[in-house]
Design a binder for this molecule. Structure first.
Ligand code: 5GP
Length: 177
């Protein structure tokens, strides 16, 4: 089973996925990116951090099942991440990449995570972003929400524990069906 988590930046996808991994045996698909590593991230665990030349080489070698430019950086999912030896693989992919994968692979499950605008602004501020950046991200969030119908499930992340429980229920139901 392949489950794609998507939604606007700042809705809490990584936190949700990390919590889910504590509760269920899931494989997290590690993407490649050209963006700078953050202080709390580890190469090969959160992302494979590479430069733009390396990224372009991987594109030319047809390594990615999808890739997108997001902001100023590139993000891509490598073929090798979707091995059938993992019963459940979860992906954290922005909305364009997610809808592309969902349209091309009817068996993939899409879960759109969202939160209220007020909360999204608060989180982006906490990450240290300025007003101009936040306005851009809010416009982008509205654009991303216009594709919400392409997802199988929509989960509002109000309280992390409730969200995780809701997603575990979704996964358990999918496993049973
Ligand atoms: P961040 O830089 O905050 O880690 O991620 C920015 C955005 O890139 C997030 O919305 C995340 O879901 C998305 N992203 C991460 N990996 C991939 C990927 O492999 N492909 C695509 N299309 N988006 C990705």
């Amino acid at each position: 089973m392949i489950i794609i988590f998507s939604g606007p930046s700042g809705v809490g996808k990584s936190t949700i996925i990390n919590e889910l991994i504590n509760h269920k045996d899931l494989y997290f698909s590690v993407s490649h990116t050209t963006r700078e590593k953050r202080h709390n991230e580890e190469n090969g665990v959160d992302y494979f951090f590479i430069n733009e030349d390396e990224f372009n080489n991987l594109i030319n070698n047809d390594f990615f099942i999808e890739y997108e430019k997001y902001g100023t950086d590139f993000y891509g999912t490598g073929m090798d991440q979707l091995s059938t030896s993992n019963p459940i693989t979860v992906l954290d992919v922005e909305v364009n990449g997610a809808t592309k994968l969902l349209n091309e692979n009817k068996s993939f499950i899409g879960i759109f995570i969202d939160i209220e605008n007020e909360e999204l602004i608060k989180r982006l501020k906490e990450r240290g972003h300025d007003e101009e950046f936040i306005n851009k991200r809010m416009n982008l969030a509205n654009e991303q929400r216009s594709k919400i119908n392409e997802f199988d499930f929509i989960v509002k992340n109000v309280d992390i524990n409730t969200t995780v429980k809701e997603i575990i229920d979704i996964i358990c139901n999918l496993e049973e069906s």
